[in-house]
Design a protein around this ligand. Sequence first.
Ligand code: GLU
Length: 466
Amino acid sequence: MNRPVRTRFAPSPTGFLHIGGARTALFSWAYARHHGGKFILRIEDTDVARSTPEAVQAIIDGMAWLGLEHDEGPFYQMQRMERYKEVIQQMLDAGTAYYCYTSREELDALRAEQEARKEKPRYDGRWRPEPGKTLPTPPADVSPVVRFKNPKDGVVAWDDKVKGHIEFANTELDDLIIARGDGTPTYNFCVVVDDWDMGVTQVIRGDDHVNNTPRQINILRALGADVPEYAHLSMILGDDGTKLSKRHGAVSVMQYDEDGYLPEAVVNYLARLGWSHGDDEVFSRQQFVEWFDLDHITASAAQFNTEKLLWLNQHYMKQMPAADLAARVKPRLAARGIDTDRGPDLVQAVALYVDRCNTLNVLADAVEAFYVPIHPHAELLAQHLSDEARPALADFAAGIAQVAWEAPAINALIKETVTKHGLKMPKLAMPLRVILTGQAQTPSVDAVIALIGRDSVLEKLAAYKN
Ligand code: GLU
């Protein structure tokens, strides 16, 4: 196939962009980028009862968040109705489709007869024109549907890029309705016309569409259109091995944003969900585009692994320049009503805490204490602020008023103070942590003190002087 590469993502806007859809979009996007082709966004909104503008927006937002920019579209199927009708007319004229006047009652009767004979229910071709066959006279009171004249014999086959060779006997496929009685085109037909008009060369989609593919190929052939390559991606299972669903927590891509994941980490994670490049687990978007192909997609289902995603997320957080990380944490704190311009430098704060945080939210939780009044829990205080610690704390406060403001000097002061009072290090370090941050677990206490700043440390310690 020498056509320029054109892939598409064709979601039905009936909900948010979920993880499975995002992976499909990512693979289609990466394939186009790898080959210097075009990536098309097509909104399959013909199910008017279930499609909503909010869902369209959610899809567009989710793709933007992941950085999957499309080159063409979004095309909306509802805006292409005239085109579908035009192609239906062409097929009627060419004799590759025909009007069928079978009424609902007749179809029900046919089905009942076939079931009584233990046959698979299927349309019997009574209105299908054949050489030498006399068709019934069209009834005046039935608006006909249009059926595709599916080949009667042989097989329709394709080499699926994921699943390998797949074939269906044409006898298994009856003559598909491509337009309803009111003239509206049906699902598979719209997909075919779109893939044809949009010059799609690779159809990458979920394997729930495998059964549609033979019908789509037959119609494409009847139209004289090039048949694209197909890659049907296996489903994604949840952590527990069952089909991924809301039960597994975040299934909407934007929920991952809300939960504090970086798009870089989610993209890297999704890339590995069913595709591999040797043992590589961590790679940049550019690297992924360079490596991506359809030959290394696994046919078996991929299993979601939240631990691995968290690990990747932390990896990307740690790797990111602290200033960028701070820029991502700042709005999260602002959304909680916290002004990080008042307090220690947020860049230093996130740098100090990133090692112990695996999401932006956990990081925001950790550094929040530097920007709000601290009210350590009475229990925590009682546990750590012992009577023997109080004089040491007072001494330390006196020292802190004049020590050189850097972690090593502060550390020396802590050591000096505990030695003087005959205490073990934690006897002073623990109450300091609790008083200064409200938390018993912090990074190195000298670094925390250095971060908070002299005035603020003195002020906080003064509250516990007695
Ligand atoms: N609209 C279909 C879906 O959301 C995808 C159709 C296709 O990719 O061909 O499942």
